[in-house]
Design a protein around this ligand. Structure first.
Ligand SMILES: NC(=O)c1ccc[n+]([C@@H]2O[C@H](COP(=O)([O-])OP(=O)(O)OC[C@H]3O[C@@H](n4cnc5c(N)ncnc54)[C@H](OP(=O)(O)O)[C@@H]3O)[C@@H](O)[C@H]2O)c1
Length: 329
């Protein structure tokens, strides 16, 4: 009988995730039931939200139970079908999580001739959609305005800054380290990028945004958020997309610049990408169009094999990824 390999949540981390929080097991492969497809996963997406799912704290989606397969999106190939509209050989997007195979009725056909299959986990998938709707609907940048985005070299941030430029705004990135900043400025085409690890964030932000900040797309929270708040313009918008600087800490960071929201009449709004699920088609059309015209650049950070997934997530949460983090299965 054919076997499946999968990664389970073995224990909940307190603080930083470690490899001991996961267990790999081999089980017999379950045949698809009526209405299901059997999918061979080719790519697994690793995303910061997975840290939250490893915890049992209340959030917008329930966490993974102990002993359950780790959650995650995959791109795979249909190898057996009892589904009405999906056929053997189709490339599909699934929620099968950290495993080599899976039987499911929830798979969406994707078109690998439009973009490489792995892009449907990044630029043409959840992170790209997050960038698109967060910036367009909540950030609402106008031509000539200044948009600042943190984690600027990453899956979401890299798209935010490039869309800001395409929509006529100035884009300023914040990223960790000289290499990431060079990439953001010279390859992604942002107007400037600030290395927050250089120790001069406040001064460099002032120099890079001489007219202040109109939109801050916040992927990280913490001290970077606190600093950018002090540079916001009147009626500026803050898109609260992620707080990765806090995901592994026991105590959440306490923002000191709260008063800037009052003084500058800022609009600060949290976002979850699922809120726009009825409009994903519209965003994918525009993102796919920009990609086809060579107007969007994109980078992937790939680890090899299912066994590397725990290390890949640990490194992602520590900022060691450079671009969208994936596992090639
Ligand atoms: N709300 C939603 O619907 C939604 C959807 C997708 C993603 N998100 C959020 O968006 C953010 C980015 O996600 P992504 O998938 O695009 O990941 P990513 O940017 O590709 O990777 C995460 C990056 O976060 C940065 N980082 C890690 N620790 C940090 C710290 N202490 N301070 C500052 N930066 C730190 C690192 O970049 P540097 O080396 O540059 O620091 C790291 O490369 C995350 O917070 C994620 O949870 C939210």
């Amino acid at each position: 009988m054919q076997k499946n390999r999968r990664v389970l949540l073995a224990s909940r981390p307190s603080g930083w995730v470690s490899e001991a929080n996961f267990r790999i097991e081999e089980v017999p492969l379950r045949a698809p039931a009526e209405g299901e497809v059997l999918v061979k996963n080719l790519w697994l997406s690793l995303d910061p939200y997975m840290r939250g799912r490893m915890s049992d704290a209340k959030s917008y989606v329930k966490g993974v139970d102990l002993g359950e397969v780790m959650v995650g999106q995959t791109v795979g190939e249909v190898v057996e079908s009892r589904h009405a509209t999906l056929n053997v050989g189709d490339t599909v997007l699934t929620q099968l999580g950290w495993q080599l195979y899976g039987a499911t009725r929830e798979a969406t056909r994707i078109d690998p001739s439009r973009a490489p299959a792995s892009y449907y986990l990044g630029l043409m998938g959840m992170p790209g959609l997050t960038a698109y709707f967060g910036l367009k609907e909540l950030g609402q940048p106008k031509a000539g305005e200044t948009v600042v985005v943190s984690a600027a070299s990453g899956a979401v941030g890299s798209v935010v800054g490039q869309l800001a430029k395409l929509w006529g705004a100035r884009a300023v990135g914040v990223a960790g380290g000289a290499d990431k900043c060079r990439y953001v400025k010279h390859e992604l085409g942002f107007d400037a990028c600030i290395d927050y690890k250089s120790g001069a964030l406040r001064e460099e932000l002032k120099a890079a945004c001489p007219k202040g900040v109109d939109v801050y797309f916040d992927n990280v929270g913490g001290e970077i958020l606190d600093t950018v708040l002090t540079r916001m313009n009147l009626f500026g918008r803050v898109v609260v997309c992620g707080t990765i600087s806090d995901y592994s800490s026991a105590e959440p960071y306490r923002v000191r610049s709260w008063r800037a929201i009052l003084v500058n009449r800022l609009r600060v709004q949290g976002m979850i990408v699922f809120d726009w699920k009825d409009r994903y088609g519209e965003a994918l059309k525009e993102l796919g169009g920009f990609l086809a015209q060579g107007k969007l650049r994109y980078k992937e950070s790939v680890v090899q094999g299912l066994e590397s997934a725990p290390r890949g997530l640990i490194d992602l949460l520590a900022g060691k990824n450079f671009g969208k983090q994936l596992v090639k299965l």
